[in-house]
Design a protein around this ligand. Structure first.
Ligand code: PLP
Length: 451
């Protein structure tokens, strides 16, 4: 196959053209600070979005999880039930999704020595803020359907932590990996039983829905990210969905250096400089004008990929496991059967990452050799290299936190699911910059690689 002329990258948010208008407005009105009209409007727009009802299809409550089947067959009653809770939600725009996780933990009173349960299969930003606070992450593995936190294993972990430490974990961080909704109602049922608050890390899941309700609105707090590679971008930014006005004020207080109401600078608490800039919020407002369109495109590509991969033996496309689990397909992912032979797999793991650009795409720390005790299978790495030579970027799945050296001393409750997926999985180009033609080219290239 002929190499792709222009590199097809994994995922980048795409500008609508409206961003510059809001950014210019900020300059023209001299609002070049981490607060202002764009920040307020962006928060309002996000709020309207996250409480919105699914408009595509009616929600099938027949299969609604047992834990809340009181409203079976009556989606309207279901919505009325969550209406008040949803409408009391408040959004705080922040400088990153990581900051949002950090502030959610602070708002829940997490401190030195506390334990926080966190999904192991995730990006490090879900769990790192736990350690910023001197608290200890306890990792819980995933179930096979959604790749997210296994509610049964969550229960095992909670019970064991109570037995061992005599104390309940202080919070639970559930993640919507690659945009796929977790079985959040089942997770909430376990969490509620033990009265432990849930933080939903929906950094990758903006616009994903579970039984019609937007992910990030089920637990006490919901985390959003507007980094450059997420569903929408503010160049860098995030937001925290708070349960009410009171919590919003607490989060705002800590996000703005914890200043007390004196006419001079008086501090009783340690705060942070985490508010979103009015310039970045302008970009966010422009992005909000195309959010629905972009989600639709991510889903469209997923359908296309799913259709093509259904014809390829040995490769599974990760799709919604049931009708009411509605992923935004932030990244499209596949898993390769270990038996599948990929061209060049005898010669993989010869090179390390040498691009020093910081962030996820490059590294500052170079290594001598690429092997660790837990790495993607040779056929997965061979496929990544094969696609790379055709100018297509792909990436391994997140390596589970319980396999990361920086968390080697952390407790983990595992079932082998995330480790197995990490070894077999690959993320493929997704999002508004990827064309139908690109997706078909990619699946064709994969067919050739395994011939
Ligand atoms: C991107 C991401 C974050 C952090 O968001 P930033 O805005 O990059 O700080 C947190 N959790 C997950 C799962 C993510 O993918």
């Amino acid at each position: 196959m002929e190499k792709r002329e222009k590199r097809v990258i994994l995922c980048l948010a795409h500008m609508s053209g409206n961003e510059i208008r809001y950014v210019n407005e900020a300059f023209e009105t001299n609002w070049v600070v981490p607060l202002g009209p764009n920040v307020n409007a962006f928060e309002d727009e996000l709020h309207a979005f996250v409480i919105s009802k699914a408009n595509s299809k009616t929600v099938d409550t027949n299969n609604y999880p047992q834990c809340i089947n009181a409203h079976n067959n009556d989606p309207e009653a279901l919505w009325k039930d969550s209406f008040e809770e949803l409408h009391s939600k408040k959004i705080v725009a922040l400088s990153s999704g990581t900051a949002a996780v950090h502030l959610a933990l602070i708002a829940l009173g997490v401190g030195y020595g506390d334990e926080v349960i966190c999904q192991s299969f995730t990006f490090c930003a879900s769990s790192n803020p736990v350690t910023y606070l001197g608290a200890k992450p306890v990792f819980v593995d995933s179930e096979k359907d959604t790749w997210n936190m296994d509610p049964d294993l969550l229960r095992t972990a909670i019970e064991d932590r109570i037995k061992v430490t005599g104390k309940k974990p202080k919070a639970i961080i559930a993640v919507y990996l690659y945009g796929m909704p977790a079985k959040i109602k089942n997770i909430m049922a376990v969490a509620n039983e033990y009265d432990i608050p849930v933080i939903e890390d929906a950094a990758e899941g903006l616009g994903s829905r579970y039984y019609g309700q937007v992910c990030g609105t089920f637990g006490r707090f919901g985390v959003l990210s507007f980094n450059g590679n997420k569903m929408i971008t503010t160049s860098g930014g995030g937001a925290l969905i708070c349960p009410n006005e009171e919590m919003r004020n607490l989060v705002m207080f800590y996000a703005t250096q914890a200043r007390e109401g004196y006419p001079y600078y008086q501090h009783e608490k340690i705060g942070y400089n985490y508010r979103l800039s009015n310039i970045c919020a302008g970009i966010g407002r422009g992005q909000m004008t195309v959010l629905d369109e972009h989600i639709a495109w991510h889903k469209h590509l997923a359908q296309l990929y799913a259709n093509e991969f259904s014809k390829i033996e040995g490769i599974d496309f990760h799709s919604n496991p049931s009708e009411n689990i509605d992923s935004n397909y932030w990244l499209n992912t596949i898993t390769l059967s270990p038996e599948l032979h990929v061209s060049g797999q005898e010669n993989v793991y010869k090179s390390t990452v040498k691009t020093a650009v910081g962030g996820a795409a490059g590294v500052i720390h170079f290594v001598d050799q690429p092997h660790t005790d837990c790495e993607p299978n040779a056929n997965v790495e061979a496929l990544r290299v094969y696609l790379d030579k055709l100018n297509i970027e792909s990436r391994p799945l997140w390596k589970p936190m319980h396999k990361q050296p920086c968390y080697k001393d952390s407790k983990a409750y595992v079932n082998g699911v995330s480790e197995g997926l990490f070894k077999r999985g690959l993320c493929l180009p997704s999002g508004p910059l990827v064309t139908e033609d690109d997706a078909l080219y990619i699946t064709e290239a994969i067919k050739q690689a395994i011939r």
